[in-house]
Ligand binder design. Structure first.
Ligand code: PBG
Length: 325
């Protein structure tokens, strides 16, 4: 059908009609809010590059999750800022570490909230890389043991889902085996399956104090130019037992989200990373774009691309917008 028989504008006439034919809906149920949990007490340290976000000690995390819950956000993902860092990231398995303590406190005070934990070494190593270093590079196989131990430690503390973000080969299988051997066969793994070596992680590294002290992450995170490789990464993670597969970042990789959803039909998460958040914040602060519209448009685009779950620093603000709608 061609013009003038078909006139697409007929269905754009007013908001009621537009609502009726709208193809994609976004809901607060889709959101996962990242939170940074610090050692210490009574800490609420602003992250300057991420307005509205803080490093929070466990006491303050508990207050925060109550608000998160009251907004209807179903899940959070925790990142730890430990007191001590060393070459091997030993504090990642400390049962009294900030993440482990936070899980326990949250499960105690807000048991209905899903607590996901980021499993990676970069927040715990003195050099800031995502595993142990051998010959100036991250040693893949030696790192698997550490990641498995970290995931188990989170599971023992009461985590609902573990999410490895390190990009070592074979880590989903290694973590799955360890969890199963220890009676956690029902604990899901959400793998950062296609995680790119991205410039958009900049503000996060301030937040998590996890900037690599030498080199970069390109020997383990993916080349932004590659899409076929993302499919292979996802295939491997599913074969190793991943329950949810993630693409990260989100906005520069919407094509990857779509291809993965179409190819595998698996629960698919997208991580709209710190840089995506901070760009909108910075432009809105200058009055260059409308904050709420830019926020909602990016979230809907991620959903439209095929994501079932969205990890976003906008979760609270977007939940408020959705409440009003
Ligand atoms: C840890 C990790 C990173 C992010 C999530 N988990 C940083 C990195 O890989 O350097 C980035 C999240 C964000 O930018 O919001 N490996």
């Amino acid at each position: 059908m061609d013009f003038p028989v078909y006139r697409p504008r007929r269905l754009r006439k007013n908001e009621l009609i537009r609502k009726m034919v709208r193809e994609t809906a976004i809901s607060t149920d889709d959101f996962i809010l990242p939170l940074f949990v610090s050692f210490g007490k009574n800490i609420k340290k602003p992250i300057t590059s991420m307005p509205g976000h803080f490093q929070l000690s466990v006491d303050n995390i508990v207050k925060e999750v109550k608000e998160v819950k009251s907004l209807g956000i179903p899940a959070i993902i925790l990142f730890g800022i430990p007191e001590i860092k060393d070459e091997r990231g030993s504090s990642s398995v400390d049962p009294k570490g900030p993440v482990q303590e936070a899980i326990k406190a949250i499960k105690d005070k807000a048991p209905e909230l899903i607590v996901i934990t980021d499993v990676c070494m970069c927040e715990y190593t003195s050099h800031g890389h995502c595993g142990v270093i051998k010959n100036n590079d991250v040693d893949n196989d030696a790192t698997l043991e550490l990641l498995s131990a970290e995931a188990l430690s989170h599971a023992r503390a009461g985590a609902d889902i573990v999410a490895p973000s390190d990009m070592m080969d074979g880590r989903v299988g290694a973590i799955r085996d360890t969890l199963d051997e220890n009676g956690f066969e029902n604990l899901p793994v959400m793998s950062y399956a296609a995680k790119y070596a991205s410039a958009f992680y900049g503000p996060f590294r301030e937040a998590a104090e996890s900037t690599p002290q030498f080199g970069d992450r390109r020997s383990y995170q993916m080349d932004p130019a590659n899409a076929e490789e993302a499919l292979r990464e996802v295939e491997l993670d599913i074969a190793e037992g991943a329950d949810i597969v993630m693409v990260k970042p989100a906005l520069p990789y919407l094509d990857i989200i779509r291809r993965i959803k179409d190819e595998f039909g698996y629960p698919t998460a997208a991580y709209s990373v710190s840089g995506e958040f901070s760009m909108i914040k910075a432009a809105a602060e200058r009055g260059w774009i409308d904050h709420d519209r830019a926020m909602m448009e990016s979230l809907i685009s991620i959903k439209r691309a095929g994501a079932d779950l969205i990890l976003t620093y906008f979760a609270k603000e977007a939940a408020k917008v959705l409440q009003k709608a």
